[in-house]
Design a protein around this ligand. Structure first.
Ligand SMILES: NC(=O)c1ccc[n+]([C@@H]2O[C@H](COP(=O)([O-])OP(=O)(O)OC[C@H]3O[C@@H](n4cnc5c(N)ncnc54)[C@H](O)[C@@H]3O)[C@@H](O)[C@H]2O)c1
Length: 256
């Protein structure tokens, strides 16, 4: 898909990997609506990136909230061609820790945002994409990119909920790609390793270095711009579908 003048929804687009993706999309001539709960950061992004970026305060795990957000995108930019799901939370918690058993509520909350939230947004985005005229000779109408994590495959201690949520995102990639193939909508997932997002940036220098050293090569944390470049490559490369791609410098996470 040629990205010029296409319309994208990026959840979690106010920060980190999502914000880098919004920035890259704008550089490529696309229009973007950020779906996020952090209004201050979303506003800041719009101020910096100009009139081709808008935001909607959307909770990805709330059906009505996402429906309202989608309506806003159609009213503002007329269509949805691209959906990138970056909204996510990673609160750790051991199954059985010093404070006792992990409350089910904590587990469910992470599943609700990371897994059900991703599905909620992608299904409603697909419901708009089907209205697009085919964009290519093959009949492509849209592209969806989800964000899992290497924790989907090698989750660490305390990541039962997070790892399960991200394994769910990885696991639904192929079946959703199959479901949407008849409409010309592709679905792929990126599984990032350790990235230098705002959260990691608050860590002391020596901890950042230690984390970087745990990567096979290159020995550093990933740059959000590298995630964004892979995301836009997936959008542009029509033959890539139903795939989960690790972007992690070859890291395999240790138990802790
Ligand atoms: N940073 C990493 O190293 C890393 C590694 C692997 C996977 N990931 C995944 O990448 C994604 C982005 O991570 P990041 O580091 O950029 O995080 P981040 O915290 O910088 O950004 C996440 C954004 O999602 C938003 N958000 C949270 N819950 C939401 C909800 N219910 N509805 C709408 N928006 C919501 C937040 O407000 C925030 O702006 C997440 O899914 C994360 O699990 C990150």
């Amino acid at each position: 898909m040629n990205l010029k003048d296409k319309v994208a929804v990026v959840t979690g687009g106010a920060s980190g990997l999502g914000l880098a993706t919004v920035t890259r999309l704008v550089e490529k001539g696309a229009k973007v609506v950020i779906f996020d709960l952090n209004e201050a950061k979303a506003k800041e992004a719009v101020e910096q990136l100009g009139e081709n970026v808008q935001y909607a305060i959307v909770n990805v795990s709330d059906e009505e909230s996402v429906q309202t957000g989608m309506k806003q995108v159609i009213e503002t930019f007329g269509a949805i061609h691209i959906c990138v799901n970056c909204a996510g939370v990673g609160t750790p918690g051991k199954t059985l820790g010093k404070k006792g058993v992990l409350p089910l509520e904590n587990f469910n909350k992470i599943i609700d945002i990371n897994l059900a939230g991703t599905f909620n947004v992608l299904r409603l985005a697909a419901n708009e994409m089907v209205n697009n005229e085919p964009l290519t000779d093959s009949g492509e109408r849209g592209v969806i990119i989800n964000t899992a994590s290497v924790a989907a495959f090698d989750g660490q201690m305390g990541q039962a909920a997070y790892g399960a949520s991200k394994a769910g995102v990885a696991g639904m990639t192929l079946p959703v790609a199959r479901d949407l193939s008849e409409f010309g909508i592709r679905v792929n997932t990126i599984a990032p390793g350790l990235f230098l997002t705002p959260l990691a940036n608050t860590l002391p220098e020596h901890i950042i270095k230690k984390l970087g050293d745990s990567v096979e090569f290159p020995k550093r944390l990933g740059r959000p711009s590298e995630f964004a470049e892979l995301a836009t490559f997936i959008m542009e490369q029509e033959y890539l579908n139903g795939e989960v791609i690790r972007l992690d410098g070859g890291i395999r996470m240790a138990p802790r």
